[in-house]
Design a protein around this ligand. Structure first.
Ligand code: R5P
Length: 280
């Protein structure tokens, strides 16, 4: 078995290859003057190949399609640590595409298996017809970055992220909750932890990703107002568009923990372990 690291997952691919004791295949990448991408596998192989490429942009997706085409006819496992476009998983308004389905249909049948990590909704599984799909979680490795404390509590910013809170709290041996909208008056809505009191607590807020930082900074402000002593943010995918990181720290976060599914300066945990365990 060999590993191919796409451009967006150079470190992830290299770490995964090292953990599995496998060789990385060298790829030549260049961009034509008209901006089209070119790539070439510098060596051919008849072995099974693990392709690793996060989809953080349209360009990353084209790179992935080109890699899979260059490997056509081989057995391929495709690891997509961050699967972008996954949030548009249904038609919210008439005339919209189901973007995650569009990407999956382009990948289906080009690889034996697709592995993702904390994908926005694992039910995108149903869009695959011929390809096996496995979604893994990074919250067990994220838990190793956190010191266990007696006054700890894990909170999801909404009910949709409760499964991440449950996994992390299970690892830390603490309680978990989510923020729900509490209608104070006809027009006034407040966010509040559903059941638990956060006063004097170290609160770890979890989500699959931070994009604009709107969801997370709102959650931080609410929890601060309710007396949380310390706030840590733990998300799998550090999308952090524009000034999202600044927004989160300005709202009162003390620490941000995130993984290398997207390779950024705040990717302080590697999510390669669950993938290596799945492939072994
Ligand atoms: C939403 O469903 C996701 O889990 C995140 O909560 C959301 O996408 C974060 O986006 P933003 O940072 O722009 O609020």
């Amino acid at each position: 078995m060999k590993v191919v690291s796409g451009i967006s997952s150079q470190e992830f691919g290299a770490r995964l290859a090292r953990k599995l004791g496998l060789e990385l295949l060298e790829i030549e990448y260049k961009t034509f003057p008209d901006n089209e991408q070119y790539l070439r596998l510098k060596e051919e192989t008849n072995e099974e190949v693990i392709v690793v490429q996060s989809i953080t942009s349209d360009k990353d997706f084209v790179t992935l399609l080109l890699l899979l085409d260059a490997l056509k006819g081989k057995e391929v496992i495709t690891v997509i640590p961050y699967f972008g476009y996954a949030r548009q998983d249904k038609k919210f308004k008439g005339g919209e595409p189901i973007s995650s389905r569009a990407l999956i249909e382009a990948l289906d049948n080009k690889t034996e298996m697709v592995i993702t990590i904390d994908v926005h909704d694992a039910r995108i599984n149903s869009f695959f017809d011929k390809t096996k799909f496995k979604n893994l979680t990074a919250f067990k490795v994220i838990s190793k970055k956190l010191e266990k404390k007696d006054n700890q509590l894990v909170v999801a910013p909404d009910e949709g992220a409760i499964n991440y809170a449950e996994i992390l709290a299970g690892e830390l041996g603490c309680e978990y909750d989510y923020l729900e909208k509490d209608r104070k008056t006809g027009t006034e809505i407040e966010l509040e932890p559903k059941d638990l009191d956060v006063d004097q607590k170290e609160v770890i807020i979890v989500d699959d990703l931070v994009s604009t930082g709107g969801t997370m900074s709102e959650a931080i402000k609410v929890l601060k107002k309710q007396g949380a002593e310390e706030i840590k943010v733990a998300v799998t995918h550090p999308v952090f568009a524009q000034n999202a990181l600044q927004k989160i720290y300005s709202a009162g976060a003390d620490e941000v923990i995130s993984t290398d599914t997207i390779e950024t300066s705040i990717s302080n945990v590697s999510a390669t372990d669950p993938v290596a365990e799945e492939i072994k």
